[in-house]
Write a protein that binds this ligand. Sequence first.
Ligand SMILES: NC(=O)c1ccc[n+]([C@@H]2O[C@H](COP(=O)([O-])OP(=O)(O)OC[C@H]3O[C@@H](n4cnc5c(N)ncnc54)[C@H](OP(=O)(O)O)[C@@H]3O)[C@@H](O)[C@H]2O)c1
Length: 273
Amino acid sequence: MKTLVLGGTGKTGRKVAQRLQARHADVRIGSRTASPAFDWEDPSTWNGALEGIGQVYISYQPDLASPGALEAVSTFTKIASQTGVKKLVLLSGRGEAEAKQCEQVVMGSGLNWTIIRASFFNQNFSESFIVDSILAGYVMLPVGDVREPFIDTDDIADIAVAALTDEKHNGKLYEVTGSKLLTFREAVEEIAEASGREIVYQEITGDEYEAMLTKYQVPANVISLLKYLFIEVLDGRNEYLSNGVEEALGRKPTDFSTFVKKAVQTGVWNQRE
Ligand SMILES: NC(=O)c1ccc[n+]([C@@H]2O[C@H](COP(=O)([O-])OP(=O)(O)OC[C@H]3O[C@@H](n4cnc5c(N)ncnc54)[C@H](OP(=O)(O)O)[C@@H]3O)[C@@H](O)[C@H]2O)c1
C-alpha cells in the first residue's frame, strides 16, 4: 500500500517518511512543495495527492486547534475514503477539545485508524519556534510553574510507522508523553547546562507575549494559536504522564535528557556567527 505522509518534511512527518523508506515502503510526501503538491488551504490539491494512496499519516497544519481544522479534516477524510484509502493515522494534541473533535471524525470514518495524541514535542526546542530564543539567550514565554511531559518526535514516528505497518494498532488511541514532567524553565536550564550556554528563562504575561510576537511581525492567526497553546492548554490540565509509548511499542519513551544530549551533538544550539 502506498502511504501519503502529510507534513512529510516536518518534525514528525520527515521521520515517518524516512523510517518507511528505510523499509522500502512506497511513500509520497504531502506538502505544499512536494510534487504533486498538497495544501491544506487548497482542497483542489487533495485528490491529486491521494491518487493511488492506500493509507495516510495526517499531521495537520498549523494545528488541529486552529480555525477551519475540523472542516478540513472532515472533508479530507471523506475524500480519502472515496479515493480508496484504507487506513488513517492521525497526529493529535493533548488537552485540546478541537483536536478531540478531529479524532472523532477519523474514528467515525469507517476506515482503519490509529490516533497518536501527543504532548508538547521536545523538538519544539530544537527545530521550531523556541530555537531562535534559545540562540538569543532569552526564552520568554507566558508559562510559569506548570509542568509538561515533553515527548520526542522519534517516539511519535516509531508509533506512526508501527501503526502503518501492523494491523494490531488499528482502532487504538495512544496518548503519548515523555517519561518525566518538567517546567519550561527546567527544560531550558537543562539545555543551557548541556550546551554550556547562558540562557535566561523569563515568564511573561499573555499581553507581553502578544506584544513581543507582534513586534516580530508574527501573523495574527499564529499569535492567537500560540497564546491558546501556552495560556489555555498549558493550564495544568496536561500535567500528568501517559503510557502510550509503552502501550504501542513495549518500551519506555525517550528521556528528555537523552534528547538534549543528542541535540547538543548536532550543534543546533551553537551560537551563530
Ligand atoms: N509541536 C507540538 O508540540 C505538538 C504537540 C502535539 C501535536 N502537535 C500537532 O502536530 C501537527 C504538526 O506536525 P509536525 O510538528 O510534525 O509538523 P511541522 O513540523 O509543523 O510541519 C511542517 C510540515 O508541514 C508542511 N506544511 C506547512 N503548511 C502546510 C499546508 N498549508 N498544507 C500542507 N502542508 C503544509 C511543511 O511542508 P511545506 O512547507 O512544503 O508545505 C512541512 O512538511 C499539528 O497538527 C499539531 O497540532 C504538535
